[in-house]
Design a protein around this ligand. Structure first.
Ligand code: GLC
Length: 559
């Protein structure tokens, strides 16, 4: 088998996540579609991303925004057709952009034909064995709240680690293994550059389905780090090795380089991630650990250090992530009292919270420079390049995320980061569709100044900052994959050097900080205060090219 490091384009790629329902609506029905994505590819090319990850666009009753797949081998009519998909891949390739698709192997939709067959078949039948049916449920809870089991009319129960309309597959059934191999090949044949693997740690459940300790909450809501019997089972490593063989059997066609996988595996502890990365299966594990990190330099530093060490020790790749369709947007996370990020109160879960949007925006811009300067690959969630905040004020009856109801309305859910993008104009739908439509989630009334059109014309906009950072990242050999060295500029400043001749300095404190010796400021997330770096601001510096580690200057020392 080929060395997994042969031409691994994904190791320093910047990948842009498209949530198709909310990206752009070409047919004017209030929901995004693939033609809409095609029509906005120039935005992505201008931005300078290397690849696009498309969240699910497969036929689905949309009980969980399409992560409830009824047919893995087609496009939902609301998003278009397979021909639209092929055209999208081709148009993206013309712009040098790869396309990654989402594969959802833990569960399907309750409308999937095999689940319907299972319901129609008798207990103990081969049809039921493709799912997890039992005569008695255990005490597992759904990651979305409520029990993980639903009873069917003949008295049996089926397992669903998410919504009841998302039955879990039984990965010990060979039909399931074989079916997903076909799914991989189907999309690889259509030219995808790889897969994002949904819920990648949960496919196999421990034999016997042992109960959890009585006081256990769901891992999704309360990540307590304790091992649960439906995560990290050893069979996964073998499965992902077999997928890697399938991916590697595809010669580079449209693009040089191999096909990659990026797995959605939440880990607090590097030890959890190590077996996946050290094996020869998964190319990448998302590194989600920056997202819940409060705005404090020591916290960021600890996460970065541990993650970077993990990547270095295993030779694996853990792309950095600051936002996705499952977490509140960073402008909002950083614009609230950070004590609440450490310990969210019931009010926070309901979105009843004061947000300082200016502060959040300054910090989100600084964080973007940090993200794109760190060694390795990075993911950008659609709309973060526009500095969108979370839309907290969606009325209860307009909410779509199943978590809202399943938690008994104790958590507003994830809709606030999934609102249709503002492209142009002064009022909703802000160019999301080119006619007046009611969008599937309402847009806030004050997004006119955040549209892509408006920001394209503004030199200091968040969009301009992302574009400049990605352009610099492409031309600066210090950026992308490689090593880093910390610079000690005091407890409130996060600073690291990258060879040759580059440093990132971010001030996460409350007082202006001195910059280390440098030749030139390449980019700044906000205005500087003379020679000082104001709070909540980051810079990219060109430092003396021959010294990989510029001499650190302590804040307050004469420069
Ligand atoms: C992943 C997806 C999330 C989805 C869940 C169930 O966590 O990112 O959006 O709800 O899986 O498929």
């Amino acid at each position: 088998m080929a060395d997994r490091n042969t031409d691994p384009w994904w190791r320093d790629a910047v990948v842009y996540q498209v949530y198709p329902r909310s990206f752009a609506d070409a047919d004017g029905d209030g929901e995004g579609d693939l033609r809409g994505v095609r029509s906005r590819l120039d935005h992505l090319a201008d931005l300078g991303v290397d690849a696009v990850w498309l969240s699910p666009f497969y036929p689905s009753p949309m009980a969980d925004g399409g992560y409830d797949v009824a047919d893995y081998l087609d496009v939902d009519p609301r998003y278009g057709t397979l021909a639209d998909f092929d055209a999208l891949v081709a148009d993206a390739a013309d712009r040098g952009i790869r396309v990654i698709v989402d594969i959802v192997p833990n569960h399907c939709s309750s409308e999937h034909p095999w689940f319907r067959e299972a319901l129609a078949a008798a207990p103990g039948s081969p049809e039921r064995d493709r799912f997890v049916f039992r005569d008695r449920p255990n005490n597992w809870r759904s990651n979305f709240g409520g029990p993980a089991w639903t009873r069917v009319p003949d008295g049996q129960w089926y397992l669903h680690l998410f919504d009841s309309r998302q039955p879990d597959w039984n990965w010990r059934n060979p039909d399931v293994v074989e079916m997903f191999e076909k799914v991989l090949r189907f999309w690889l044949d259509r030219g995808v550059a790889g897969f994002r693997i949904d819920v990648a740690a949960m496919l196999y459940k421990q034999e016997g389905l042992p109960d959890l300790p009585a006081d256990h909450e769901t891992a999704y809501l309360v990540p307590d780090g304790s091992p649960v019997p439906y995560e990290h089972q050893p069979e996964l490593l073998e499965l992902y090795r077999s997928w890697r063989e399938i991916l590697d059997s595809y010669p580079p066609e449209t693009f040089p380089g191999r096909r990659g996988t990026v797995a959605e595996i939440w880990f607090d502890d590097a030890a959890r991630a190590r077996p996946y990365l050290a094996g020869d299966g998964l190319a990448q594990l998302f590194n989600f650990r920056l997202m819940p990190t409060p705005w404090a330099a020591p916290d960021f530093r600890a996460v970065i250090e541990d993650s970077h060490r993990l990547a270095a020790e295993t030779g694996g790749s853990v792309p950095w992530v600051l936002g996705n369709h499952d977490v509140p947007r960073m402008v909002t996370r950083y614009g609230v009292d950070q004590a609440l990020v450490r310990a969210p109160t019931p009010d926070v879960l309901l979105g009843r919270i004061d947000v300082d949007r200016d502060l959040g925006t300054r910090r989100a811009r600084a964080a973007a420079l940090m993200l794109l300067a760190l060694p390795g690959a990075a993911y950008i969630y659609q709309g973060d390049e526009l500095g969108l905040p979370e839309h907290l004020a969606i009325p209860g009856d307009a909410r779509q995320d199943p978590m809202y109801e399943r938690t008994g309305r104790a958590f507003i859910g994830r809709d606030g980061c999934r609102v249709p993008l503002p492209w142009s104009g002064d009022a909703a739908p802000y160019g999301f569709a080119d006619r007046a439509v009611r969008t599937w989630l309402p847009q806030p009334g004050d997004w006119a100044e955040l549209t892509a059109e408006r920001q394209r014309a503004e030199p200091g906009s968040t969009l301009a900052l992302y574009r400049a950072a990605l352009a610099e990242r492409r031309r600066n050999p210090a950026l992308g994959d490689g090593d880093m060295a910390w610079l000690d500029l005091g407890p409130d400043v996060l600073a690291f050097a990258r060879a040759p001749g580059f440093a990132l300095v971010a001030n996460l404190g409350t007082a202006p900080a001195a910059l280390p010796a440098h030749e030139r400021v390449l980019l700044a997330s906000g205005p500087l205060d003379g020679p000082l770096l104001p709070p909540d601001t980051a810079v990219w510096l060109r430092t003396a090219p021959r010294s990989p580690n510029p001499p650190a200057v302590r804040a307050g020392e004469p420069r």
